[in-house]
Structure formats: structure tokens, C-alpha cells
Design a protein around this ligand. Sequence first.
Ligand code: GDP
Length: 454
Amino acid sequence: MISLKKAQQQTRDLINRGFDRHIRLAITGLSGAGKTALITGMLEQVLNGYDAKQLAFWQVKHSGRLLGSRLIENRDWSTPRFAYEEAIKVLTSAQPSWPSSTRDVSEIRFEIKYQPRSGVAKHLMDERRLVVELVDYPGEWLLDLPLLQSHYGAWSVQQNQLNQQGERANHFASWYQHARSQLKSESVSDTTLRELAQGYQQALKSAQAAGFYNLQPGRHLLPGQLEGAPVMGFFPWPFSDQNSAQFEHLKRVFERYKEDVIKPFYKNHFQGFNRQVILVDVLTALEHGKARFDELIETLTGLLNSFEYGENALLRRIISPAIDKVALVASKVDHVGPDGQHALNQLLSDMLRRSRQHFQFERIEHELFAVAGIATSKAGRLNDGTIVLDGYLESGQKVRVGAPSVPAQLPNDKQWQTGFEFPQFVPHFSAADSPLPHIRLDQLLEYLLGDKLK
Ligand code: GDP
């Protein structure tokens, strides 16, 4: 005879199959946007957020319906697992530091057990489960999507123009000079082509380190497992005359790059995404000045456009994503006070105006947030009303600084002339501080998961 426990499990399985029990969430952002810290913070709260007061906006927790959460094995064994435990270890070690940033794709999966709020399920069983998969990958790889619509000749012309503009030229001028002298001769060895490709990669990285964002091919910035692979062996053709054997060779590599690198990335990792976080480090872009800040806006707009969520999207030709919610998130807001966080939210809204209009048109649900995955400062108010931030500097010194102000709209010329500077606090935690402090992750969790936890 079938046991009672087994019968209950079967009932549960049947019911679970009828409900939507799975979320695949992509964490998207350019290098340094704070993806690693955000995922670490989200897991920290989901797995260890014992105090409902700290997660006041996460309904399932706040209403006492959360029965428990745990990490579970990834579905895909060939994709590395996100290094959550290591991240916590370095954040809480004797000399705490930030965990290593995203350099390749990784995934991590957790399961939430909860009591339904109401409805049929409440009567049939006392618990439900939601499985959430977080996918971390370098946002730079998304910069390659428009390449699918481009041809090597046209792409080269476009990149050559871009690389000669303003301060960008400082990072590319010597590469162009060298490439032109090398490619002039009739026969160019494979070794020379390889070296030129590596040289171009270095120029891209140098521009990135100086705060530029619009850099292609994106995979050359963070090659992951493809470092040194023949398919990475191309660069923009530096002459206007495109008639040569070398041009034809590079054109073939470019086409292979589209087929063997860009398309599989989308096919393997984007299929099945249903929600997305777009993380933006607005504060660093402000510090870098107007030119870089404007380039970030252009890059994000291009990235979100090419990523299109709508019916005619380029992506739709490769896969059929069904993203139903997007969270647009300003990161690292522990560097400013509560007013600054509010302003950052509005500023991000201004920066992404064009993309938001597009979301609206396509009826993609989206919302803006200002969060800190791991908060390194504590805001306070002095008797005279001044808002201050307490935190630790790199030197280990504890400091108190006045909360810096943040423009709530795109800055004007005067503000750019004055410039922006924000304090740089570092982690100062021990294992006893778990769950590590955050800012507004509960609101983000509620937005991303709340509707599935009712
Ligand atoms: P990724 O490249 O998007 O994975 O970026 P990371 O998460 O590694 O963040 C890059 C750097 O930004 C970190 O090493 C930290 O210095 C800083 N950072 C990221 N998130 C936060 C945060 O929530 N608060 C603070 N204060 N700094 C952060």
C-alpha cells in the first residue's frame, strides 16, 4: 500500500507541475558594475536573512511564510558554479577584501520553501517550493550582439572612426601605426597576425581601464576560456582599401567569431531567462567625467536595444527569450547617503530614458532600484541634521564623512566642471557579521521573486 508520505509527495509534485515554479535570472552589467557583490549579497540574504526587520520589503519573509532556503546543485554540470562560499570567505577573513569579479559565465541555484498566502494550494498542502537560478556573466559579451548584423568591412570602418575620437585615440594610436606598417607588406605571417590581434586586445583593455565603455569585440576584454584561441585572432582592418588576402583572412575569422562565439553564448545561456537585472555603476561613471558618462549611456542604450525584448528583436532570431521583468539597478549606493540613493535612482531613470520608453512600448515590466549588495558604510544623522557615513578606508582607518550629494538628473556643465568624488569604503566584516549588511536588497528580491512566492 502506498504510504501517506509518498501520497503527499505525489500530490505535491502534481500541484507543482501545474504552477510556475522556476525563475532563471540573468545578472547583467559591465565589468566592475558590482555583479559579484550583488549575487553574493542576494544569496547571503536569501540563505541567512534571519531577521525579518532587515528584509522588511520581502513579503514572504516579513509575513513569516518563509520556511527555509538552501543551495541546490546546478542543472548544467558543464557551467562553473558561482563561487559564493569563497566570496563570503574573503569578505569576512582576517583581512577582508572584495571577492574576484566576474570573468566568465557561472551559475548558482537555490530553492525556497514557503507557505502559500492563500488560494487552492493552501488547502491542498502546507508548503511550496520555488527554484531560482542566478546566471552571472560578463556584460561585455553582450556588446558583441550587434556584430551579428555587421560585416567585417563595415565593422572595421566603424571601429576605426570610433578609435580616433578624442581621448580614446591615446589608447589606439600606436597600435594603428604598428598595424599599418606590418600589414603593408605582401605576405604577413600568422605570427604577426596573432600578435596584432593581441596588441588590439591590449589597446581595448587599456581604454577600458581608463573608463571607456563602448569597446568591441567584447569577448576580447574578458576572453574567459577563449584566451588565445584562433577564433579571437582578428581586429579592425586599419586601411580604407579592403582588397587584400589578409583582409579576406580576417573577414573569415570575424565570421567564425560570430558563428562559434557569439551565437553559442546566447544559445547556451540566454535560452530560458525569464527575468533580468541590469546593474549600473553610476557613481564611478560620474567620477570619470562627462565624456565617459555619456559613453556609458550610449553603450547601455545600445546594449539594451540590441538585446531587444520585443517581437522583432535580433536576439529572437537566435533564441526565443521570454523575459517578463527587468530590474534597472544602480549599484554600490553605500557610498552615498539615503538622499543620494534616492537621487541615484532618478538619475539612472534619466540615463536609461530611451530604453525605458522602449520597454514601455513592448510592455516589458521594469522598475528602478538603488542598492548595495554588500554595504560597507552606515548612514547616520548628526544633531544639526548633517547626514554622515561611517566606514573603513583601505588603510584600515575608521572614518566619518559627510554624505556626498548626487545629481538627480543628468549633470549640467557647471556640475561637470566641479566634478564628482565619492568615498571609497572597504569591507570590514567578520564571520559574526553574517548575514552581511545590504541596502534595499529586500525590495529587489520582492520585485524579482515576490509574485512567485504568493
Ligand atoms: P563585477 O565585475 O560586475 O562582478 O563587479 P564586482 O561585484 O566584482 O565589483 C567590482 C568592485 O566594485 C568591487 O571589487 C568593489 O570594490 C566594488 N563594489 C561592488 N559592489 C559593491 C557594493 O555593494 N558596495 C561597495 N561599497 N562597493 C562595491
